[in-house]
Design a protein around this ligand. Sequence first.
Ligand SMILES: Nc1ncnc2c1ncn2[C@@H]1O[C@H](COP(=O)(O)OP(=O)(O)O)[C@@H](O)[C@H]1O
Ligand SMILES: [Mg+2]
Length: 273
Amino acid sequence: MSNGARLDHDGTPLDQPHPRWHVRVRGLDKSFGANHVLDHVDLDIERGKVNVVIGASGAGKSVLIKHFMVLLRPDRGSVWVDGTDVFALASKPLSSFRRKFGLVFQFSALFDSLTVEENCAFPLKEHTKKSRAEIKDIVNDRLGALGLEGTQRKYPGELSGGMRKRVGLARALVLEPEILIFDEPTTGLDPLATRNVDEMILAAVERYKVTSVVISHDMASVFRIADRIAMIHQHRILAAGTVEEIQASREPYLFEFIRTSGVAAAYGKEAAP
Ligand SMILES: Nc1ncnc2c1ncn2[C@@H]1O[C@H](COP(=O)(O)OP(=O)(O)O)[C@@H](O)[C@H]1O
Ligand SMILES: [Mg+2]
């Protein structure tokens, strides 16, 4: 890896936007005390696609993704987002850089005392100078795109878990992020609600052309939504590639991980109804 020269292994400069790779992780090392979590991790996130990161619980998926928006800093290595060396950003450019990202939390983290509309308007009031009418239009657009029309005046407590997740995504979309991050969006949901959240992710990607990074250990869901899959195992990326490449892999741990999930590897995104 030619980190120092800022040239990637394919000869393209890391410090300029790459046509295909939106985020490039190179040689990332991260330990917490004696707990070595990431060991020289390389990962490419494809622009405008659904990139899924899989791996056992505690493998380091969340830790890896937190480096993208500098919620964590590595011991060594770099993350390039559109040619920006993210760990080199000073605090002021860093806060505007972070607005490229939309985070959809595991538990949708809505304000219970605000209506759906107020929840979604919140980031716009906080970060923009848009008028009330403009804000209303944007919020209605996002709610409509996610099948949430008519919920404007409801409170989060009146909605189902799946719908609250949709509201969380609608709120993440109001600031027009370039990269959406979902950390285990379907954990704790029943199969129907999981499918619902999968469809919501696909709808958002289709409509807003965002790059998505989804952490998941639900293989049925992974095969429904993924364009690319990367697996973390024993501190490293064990395998990464298109869904077809991952399904064809005979890497023993990966093969076993998919096999024991009980999901027939035959059904990919295109074949899904
Ligand atoms: N802020 C932190 N401080 C110390 N240890 C952490 C911190 N965040 C994560 N870890 C540890 O790093 C390892 C990977 O965690 P994580 O990335 O959350 O796993 P997962 O793959 O389930 O998302 C775990 O052993 C976890 O305890
Ligand atoms: Mg996690």
